[in-house]
Design a protein around this ligand. Structure first.
Ligand code: NAI
Ligand code: MG
Length: 484
């Protein structure tokens, strides 16, 4: 379903069993290059959302633990930032190579802990995570070329808080530019998917990073807030809900912490009558059902030009009947488990809201397993701008379909949400693509494709989707101080 990323490298066939992966029963905190027990002695469990079985217990970091991690990062900062830049690059390169070597194990753990199809972890998440480290390894000693005639220096200690939808990939998006620029880091993975970040801590040890350069602390919102509020943190990078993003913006407003936020989205995917319809339908499927729709840039609003509405919706409905929903570790699975019980409840609430708003709901007729958290691919037709399922982020496999007649009408509708992260346009006419890209208020716009990611291209939002860019040269700016 999801398009193969060009960074894909060869893998062994997807494993049928998980016997070969190495996981501890209990994980402590990775602080100052050591595994340290949480001061409170508290641990929480992370489960497999496809079976509801516990995989491991993970330390619940308190304010005191976060303080230790920040101190370790501060202590490591001088040495790391003054290391010859090419040496920093070599560490990142080594990390990228080790991720490649362990790609299969990381892919299985990612799918076990978070529920995403193994094909996606294997072909997209893990290779792209490696690609981000390779890309930034190259930047480490070329910052002078990136910012010619400007005097730049690292910010210091970066606090990084990441979500559960692309756990290892988001860790890579955050860590790679921060480290390349000479910062040290305290990173907190999401509470439902901590395991690949903890595996990454082991890989960082194996790569021989100086102690304290990367510290990984686990926990939920309280742990994240402790990082945000710590006075000795110079930079906060957050990816997650708009609600928490606003809290963080408020909490950091009075400080001199530099802040970047990557928040929610409600992307418009726009099909014109002159588009290659079959290709567009595949793009819509990939746009909304990739990673169960747990994607900030998911194409959750479909706009179809009126004359091709029947053709598009008939084909979409037929196509979702063929999507395989089930075991994330099965290489034929298209839609895995919903990441958590809470997220499933949110999605189910929106299905009820859609029905209550009088929209027509279509779901594939497939069966889903009894245990675990599942949602069948869903399409709502007859949606209007004022509907909540059109305005609010659902973060699940739920598509809202609307129609349009003219370009000005679709531009007005597409821009009419609080978000502005991404959009997609399907048309045979280059002129329409240029027309729309200049008018749509979205940080990323794909033409005749969707959900394509690459470390060289900046990613980030307008409006309530956040600010700051990740990836490309722009992503480096977020981790540097400009002294001129
Ligand atoms: P969330 O924003 O609560 O979680 C994201 C990260 O922030 C996690 O690591 C979490 O532990 C941390 N966090 C939570 N409260 C915090 C606080 N007060 N201070 C600092 N860090 C804090 O998102 P949640 O509750 O998991 O999902 C709710 C909704 O958010 C989803 O339904 C979806 O709409 C949206 N979301 C968007 C994401 C994106 O990629 N833009 C990712 C995850 C969720
Ligand atoms: Mg889990």
């Amino acid at each position: 379903m999801a398009t193969k990323n060009k960074n894909t490298f060869e893998f062994a066939p997807a494993p049928e069993s998980t016997g070969h992966i190495q996981l501890r029963d209990q994980y402590d905190l990775f602080i100052g290059g050591k595994w340290i027990k949480p001061k409170s002695g508290k641990y929480f469990k992370t489960i497999n959302p496809a079976t509801e079985k516990q995989i491991a217990t993970v330390a619940d970091a308190s304010e005191k633990d976060v303080d230790l991690a920040v101190k370790a990062a501060r202590k490591a900062f001088k040495g790391w930032s003054q290391l010859p830049a090419r040496e920093r690059g070599k560490y990142l390169f080594r990390l990228a190579r080790l991720i490649q070597e362990k790609a299969r194990e990381l892919a299985v753990i990612e799918s076990l802990d978070g529920g995403k199809p193994i094909r996606e972890s294997r072909d997209i998440d893990i290779p792209l995570a490696a690609a981000h480290f390779f890309y930034h390894a190259g930047w480490a000693d070329k910052l002078d070329y990136a910012f010619p005639n400007r005097s730049v220096e690292p910010l210091g200690v970066a606090g990084q808080i990441i979500p559960w939808n692309f756990p290892l990939l988001m860790a890579a998006w955050k860590l790679a530019p921060a480290l390349a620029c000479g910062n040290t880091v305290v990173l907190k993975p999401a509470e439902t998917t901590p395991l690949t970040a903890l595996k990454l801590a082991e890989i960082i040890e194996e790569a021989g990073f100086p102690e304290g350069v990367v510290n990984i602390v686990t926990g939920a919102g309280k742990t994240g807030a402790a990082i945000v509020n710590h006075p000795d943190v110079n930079k906060i990078a957050f990816t997650g809900s708009t609600e928490v993003g606003k809290l963080i913006q408020r909490a950091t407003a009075a400080s001199d912490k530099k802040l970047t936020l990557e928040l929610g989205g409600k992307a418009a995917n726009i099909i014109f009558e002159d588009a290659a319809i079959n290709q567009a339908v595949e793009g819509v499927i990939n746009g909304i059902y990739f990673n169960q729709g747990h994607v900030c840039c998911a194409g959750s609003r479909l706009f179809v030009q009126e004359s091709v509405f029947d053709e598009v919706t008939t084909k979409l409905k037929a196509r979702i009947e063929n999507l395989v929903v089930g075991d994330p570790l099965d290489k034929n699975t298209d839609i895995g488990a919903i990441n958590s019980k809470g997220q499933l409840e949110t999605i189910n609430k929106y299905l009820e809201i859609g029905k209550d708003e009088g929209l027509e709901m279509f779901q594939s007729s497939c069966a889903v397993p009894k245990k675990g958290f599942w949602c069948k691919p869903t399409i709502f037709t007859g949606a209007a701008q004022s509907n909540r399922i059109v305005q609010e982020e659902i973060f699940g496999p739920v598509l809202a379909v609307q129609t349009f007649r003219t370009i000005s009408e679709v531009v007005q509708k597409a821009n009419n949400t609080p978000y502005g992260l991404s959009a997609g346009v399907w048309t045979d006419k280059g002129s329409k693509i240029f027309n729309l890209t200049s008018q749509l208020r979205a940080g990323v716009i794909w033409a005749n494709t969707f959900n394509k990611f690459d470390p060289t291209s900046p990613f980030g939002g307008y409006k309530e989707s956040g600010f700051g860019r990740e990836g490309g040269i722009h992503g480096l700016e977020a981790y540097l101080k400009f002294n001129d």
